[in-house]
Structures are given as C-alpha cells and as structure tokens.
Design a protein around this ligand. Sequence first.
Ligand code: HEM
Length: 119
Amino acid sequence: PRAGLYEQFGGRPGIEALVEELLVRVLEDERIAAQFAEVDLVNLNDRLVEQICAEVGGPCEYTGRTMAESHEGLAITEADFNALVEDLVAAMDARGIPRRAQNRLLARLAPMHRDIVSP
Ligand code: HEM
C-alpha cells in the first residue's frame, strides 16, 4: 500500500479504535450478530487489529489463521459478507477516515471474499 495509508488510519491507536467501532456494529447488526455468539471476541479483536494494520502497510504481523481456515464451515453468504463490509464502512466513517483511504483498505480485503464466503 501507498506510504501514508497507515497514518491515515491513525496508526496503531487509530486501528484499535476502528476495530472496536467495527465489533460494536457487527454485534448490534441483527443480520450477522448471531454468527459471532460463540466467538472469542478478544482474539477476534486482536487478530483484526493485526490484519488491518498489516494491510494498510503498518509495522504489524498478522498472527492468525488464514481466511480460509478461520471461515471454513461457517456457511457465510454473500449477504453476510456485504453486511460486514457495510459495518466496516460505517465504522471508518465514524472514525473520520478519508474515503480514498477507506477504498484502499477495501480493495485489499475484497480478494479475501473467495476464501470467506461459502461456495
Ligand atoms: C473482509 C471480510 C472479513 C475479514 C477480513 C475477516 C477477518 C477475520 C479474522 C482476522 C478472524 C480471526 C482469525 C483467527 O482467529 O485466527 C476472523 C474470524 C471469524 N470471522 Fe471473519 N472476516 C471477514 C468476514 C467475515 C464475515 C462476513 C463473517 C460472518 C458474518 C465472519 C465471521 C467470522 C467468525 C464467526 C470468526 C471466528 C471463527 C472462529 O473463531 O472459529 N467473518 N475473521
């Protein structure tokens, strides 16, 4: 990613605040909340921070499972995926992240779609 993207996300503290905003929205989103009922949210929070930090070019290493491994058997639909992306955009808006920076992150997450949504 282009230099400066990590900074536009507010660095590590900005990304931590973003993931918190995202998880609050996901857990209140009746379309997908139930799918997170039995999830270790501390782990999910920490892995998402690492992942987003790495994807925006920050000095972080993603230590979680692959997207295919972690979403296998969860029967995630296209609609579920779109709902989560919508929640992410709302969280980025709430954090005041510029639209162009948002789109750069979304472009990096988009190819993960094939490993997350069930065939
Ligand atoms: C771009 C979209 C997505 C990204 C980047 C993403 C990222 C992640 C990450 C980093 C983890 C943690 C992996 C680990 O623990 O090692 C995870 C787990 C999980 N994700 Fe996603 N995810 C996405 C979409 C979705 C969607 C659409 C759903 C369902 C509505 C979903 C449901 C889950 C669940 C339930 C877990 C926990 C699985 C477990 O602990 O067994 N994810 N995801």
